[in-house]
Design a protein around this ligand. Structure first.
Ligand SMILES: [Zn+2]
Length: 481
């Protein structure tokens, strides 16, 4: 995620008409099925065989759930912007990590009609954002199961949260803007809503004819229109965390093609932002290809970007399709969101306190892009921030322990990026850039923690780096150079 200054666009230029059929060519052959790292088993309530209400993140105790691990979400959704009414039929394929008489899903609002497990009706209760499901028969530890939930209602995004603003399923004038970091997936589908559980996603999104429904991954069949409605079928074949899933919909103008290196590339903009469509498409292609030379092979089957007309003032790195909320993205923010495809999306944090592993890397990528383009060097950008006086709040917030009530603090971004620059200075460019690639490769589609990064940095460089990381990530005060 990154915030952005709002830019008002005046005027518009002619633009190629959207051609949704052409999107089908965005299907590429992908990698062999990858293996995601299994999350740490959640605590159990002994004797009761109940899955925990949270996945075990002490900073967000009710986010996610314990007792199972999701492998796939099949989301069949309908949405009508005129009534703001959403209908959902969601099937979740999971494996029980303990024996389960009861387990929870995260879901905010909606009327739940029916829940079934293994094809048999299950009973359920609601409490806050928890949906507790009791299958007809207990689930055996290690066994696969499918839970299906049908529900409907008007989505309630999280609004004006202390430092996160508005996120989740957000209605717009012509559809919806769907960005869910850190825990807004529950505002549109029942899920294990925490990044510690990654899964594959299939989407069947039905919207009024004339609108486009966008999701992660690629279209797998031609959109079908019937009775005034069009259904878009998308599939994200690589593991993804719930907060990166989207079904942003509305009027969109599209441009599709491939990057110079051949990665399918789709740009979509609300008509209000049509003047930025070609630039978004071109720059996204250039940066995707450039990052693949710096960070290693692009981890997904397509790239792209979406500009919608909701004035979020921030962008989110939705897997394969970063979302830019109500502004014309510049190169810097596109470089940031695309760097997240490696660091944040392919590699996911297991706990929110490690957020600098996403944001420090993506911010440092902005500096690398600037350097690559002949703008300010990473060193001069570092120097500029280092000149901030000792009383600057950034020095009082150690970025290696992101605070739940101030998750997106500037320190997590800037001081996180400075940590990487301090590391680069200490180990030299050869070891540093080897490390960036090795980090992305070793943990592709899996989970990462700060101690794992420190260990790999030490192994790759052959240097003792405890002190450096301790000063930059975990201690209050301005680190000495
Ligand atoms: Zn970011």
């Amino acid at each position: 995620m990154r915030s952005a200054l709002l830019v008002l666009l005046l005027g518009a230029v002619a633009c190629a008409p959207s051609n949704v059929d052409a999107l089908l060519s965005a299907n590429a052959d992908g990698d062999a099925t990858p293996t995601a790292t299994a999350p740490t088993p959640a605590p159990t309530r002994s004797g009761q065989e109940w899955g925990a209400r949270g996945i075990g993140d002490p900073d967000f105790p009710l986010d996610g759930n314990g007792g199972y691990d999701v492998s796939r979400y099949r989301l069949k959704m309908g949405y009508d912007p005129a009534t703001k009414h959403l209908t959902g039929n969601v099937s979740i394929e999971a494996k029980a990590t303990q024996s389960l008489r009861r387990f929870n899903l995260d879901l905010k609002g909606f009327d739940v009609g029916k829940v079934s497990v293994a094809g048999k009706p299950a009973t359920f209760t609601r409490s806050g954002d928890e949906l507790s499901v009791t299958p007809a028969a207990p689930l055996a530890k290690g066994g696969p199961f499918t839970v299906t939930v049908t529900y409907e209602g008007v989505p309630q995004p999280v609004k004006n949260s202390s430092n996160l603003g508005t996120y989740g399923f957000i209605p717009t004038a012509d559809g919806a803007y769907v960005v869910c970091q850190p825990n807004g997936a529950k505002t549109w589908f029942p899920s294990n809503d925490h990044p510690a559980d990654k899964a594959r996603f299939d989407f069947e999104l039905t919207v009024p004819e004339g609108l486009t429904a966008l999701a992660n991954g690629e279209l797998t069949k031609k959109p079908v229109t019937s009775g005034g409605k069009t259904t878009f079928t998308w599939s994200e074949r690589h593991p993804m965390v719930t907060y990166l899933a989207t079904m942003t919909l509305g009027k969109f103008e599209l441009r599709e093609g491939r990057t110079a290196k051949g990665v399918p590339n789709l740009a979509a903009v609300d008509p209000k932002y049509r003047s930025t469509l070609d630039n978004l498409h071109t720059v996204t292609g250039e940066i995707t290809d450039y990052w693949s030379t710096v960070f290693g092979p692009y981890p997904f089957s397509s790239t792209g970007g979406v500009v919608d007309d909701f004035a979020a003032g921030y962008a989110l790195e939705n897997q394969t399709k970063p979302m830019y909320g109500g502004f014309k993205p510049d190169e810097s923010i596109i470089a940031h969101e695309l760097a997240h495809q490696w660091y944040g999306d392919s590699l996911s944090i297991r706990r929110w306190e490690d957020l600098w592993l996403n944001e420090g890397f993506a911010t440092y990528a902005e500096w690398l892009w600037s350097e690559h383009r002949g703008g300010a060097s990473a060193q001069s950008l570092f120097d500029g921030y280092y000149a901030k006086p000792a009383g600057n709040p950034m020095w009082a917030y150690p970025p290696g322990d992101a605070k739940p009530n101030d998750l997106f603090n500037e320190s997590v971004y800037i001081r996180g990026a400075m940590t990487l620059h301090a590391l680069r200075t200490a180990v030299g460019d050869t070891a540093f850039f080897t490390l960036l690639k090795k980090w992305a490769q070793d943990h592709k589609y899996g989970h990462v923690t700060t101690p794992e990064f420190v260990a790999l940095a030490e192994k790759t460089s052959g240097k003792q780096l405890d002190q450096l990381f301790d000063a930059w990530l975990f201690k209050k005060g301005k680190p000495a150079l």
